[in-house]
Design a protein around this ligand. Structure first.
Ligand code: HEM
Ligand SMILES: *[C@@H]1O[C@H](CO)[C@@H](O)[C@H](O)[C@H]1NC(C)=O
Ligand SMILES: *[C@@H]1O[C@H](CO)[C@@H](O)[C@H](O)[C@H]1NC(C)=O
Length: 375
């Protein structure tokens, strides 16, 4: 009978827990914060340390940009076709970039990744978290620091990598054709639209290695924003080389001192991707949520997401941000747009007033940094 009474009590109990909002037992961390799982506590310590000592107080500079790129370069090391051939296809978002740094950081397409991989590593060692987790966590925090960036879900518990990503060819090169790029993405489980959504990251990107003749301009405190401008400007008719001429993987850019990747140029115009590309300009408010979805997919490539622990609550809420309307840089008109989606008219965006824009930081990949209204 006692058993029965207990059975009758249970539904009541769970009812009241739902009402008070406590669905799962919560753990209290040493900083007083409560989390759904004690395994999440360590990430508060990592957060505080990297915001202060890696991200220069939590800003969106080239360190943040590098950390975002690293999430991709670690994760894309996964090939289902290699596995199908009975070969090792890589562990995806497994931290192999750091566990097997001597090998992977020498893959030519990881040029520019070495510094951030070396900077993140000691934090992971200090807090005893896996490199795979560290890379994806650092990327999520970097995005949270970039105006317009979404707050990503963060899952912890990736096991250490067992081997290096098999080869350089799993990383996409900027000189590749759209065919090659899309099939490489598909081989890692990403659709053409996923790739275009992910390229919003190039709105906060710099280049140093594709055209080394352009002197690297250190971050100049002009806000770097995750917005539609990258998608707009990539469709402008390219007029000149920003450095000493054409380099492999480079396309002509439309603005003084701006840099365009050939892959971005082609993806903006290819029949398979152009309409999705343009839709992000028509719906700038969709960029951040779509980017978030694709980044969360990326973060678990090669991983068993069900065995990971959700520690999203450690990622601080981003600052409020008003999505800016896409615009044409001053001096440009819709005539300069190489609209490439046959089905849908290009949105009627207008140009900024004034003389043509010179981009303050020529290493920025396709993003004119115009002043943003401060709030
Ligand atoms: C078609 C696929 C892609 C190609 C060919 C590509 C290529 C490149 C290249 C060549 C650079 C410049 C590196 C340098 O010279 O220093 C770069 C930078 C960057 N990429 Fe991509 N990328 C691709 C996709 C992605 C994706 C999916 C992400 C998303 C996470 C991403 C994030 C970044 C970031 C944040 C930077 C700037 C890094 C920095 O500031 O140093 N890229 N990319
Ligand atoms: C680090 O983490 C691993 C795996 O969770 C654990 O086995 C090990 O004891 C930890 N090391 C230290 C020094 O805490
Ligand atoms: C783009 O500019 C080139 C000159 O750089 C010109 O020949 C071409 O017609 C232009 N294309 C469009 C679509 O305006």
């Amino acid at each position: 009978m006692a058993r029965n009474a207990l059975f009758r009590l249970l539904p009541l109990l769970s009812f009241s827990t739902i009402i008070s909002g406590i669905v799962t037992p919560r753990a209290t961390c040493s900083n007083g914060k409560t989390v759904s799982s004690a395994e999440c506590c360590v990430w508060f310590d990592v957060l505080e340390d990297i915001q202060a000592h890696m991200y220069n107080g939590g800003i969106c500079d080239e360190v943040a940009s590098d950390a975002i790129r690293l999430t991709f370069h670690d994760a894309i090391g996964y090939s289902s076709s290699l596995f199908e051939q009975g070969l090792f296809g890589g562990g995806g978002a497994d931290g192999s970039m750091m566990y097997f740094a001597a090998l992977e950081l020498n893959y030519p397409r990881n040029a520019g990744i070495q510094t951030i991989a070396t900077v993140e590593r000691p934090f992971a060692e200090l807090y005893n978290v896996t490199f795979g987790d560290m890379i994806q966590f650092s990327g999520a925090v970097a995005l949270r620091n970039c105006p317009g960036g979404p707050r990503l879900r963060f899952l912890a518990g990736r096991p250490p990598a067992i081997a290096a990503a098999p080869n350089n060819g799993l990383l996409p090169g900027p000189e590749e054709t759209v065919d090659v790029l899309l099939s490489r993405m598909a081989d890692a489980g990403l659709s053409p639209s996923d790739l275009i959504d992910l390229l919003a990251s190039h709105s906060v990107a710099f280049q140093e290695k594709v055209d080394p003749s352009i002197p690297f301009t250190p971050f100049d405190s002009t806000p770097t924003i995750l917005d539609a401008q990258f998608f707009v400007e990539t469709l402008l008719n390219g007029t000149d080389w920003p450095g000493d001429g054409e380099h492999i993987g480079e396309a002509k850019s439309p603005l003084d001192g701006e840099f365009r990747l050939l892959a971005d140029h082609r993806l903006a115009r290819d029949p398979r991707t152009a309409c999705h590309w343009q839709s992000l300009i028509s719906h700038p408010e969709s960029i951040a949520p779509k980017f978030k979805r694709a980044m969360e997919k990326l973060a678990v490539i090669g991983q068993d997401a069900n065995s990971l622990v959700d520690c999203s609550e450690v990622i601080p809420e981003p600052e409020a941000f008003e999505v800016p309307l896409p615009h044409l840089p001053a001096g440009k008109s819709l005539e300069d747009i190489e609209a490439s989606c046959p089905d849908v008219e290009f949105p009627h965006i207008t140009a900024d007033p004034g003389p043509s824009t010179a981009v303050p930081s020529p290493t920025h990949i396709e993003n004119d940094r115009l002043p943003v209204q401060s709030k």
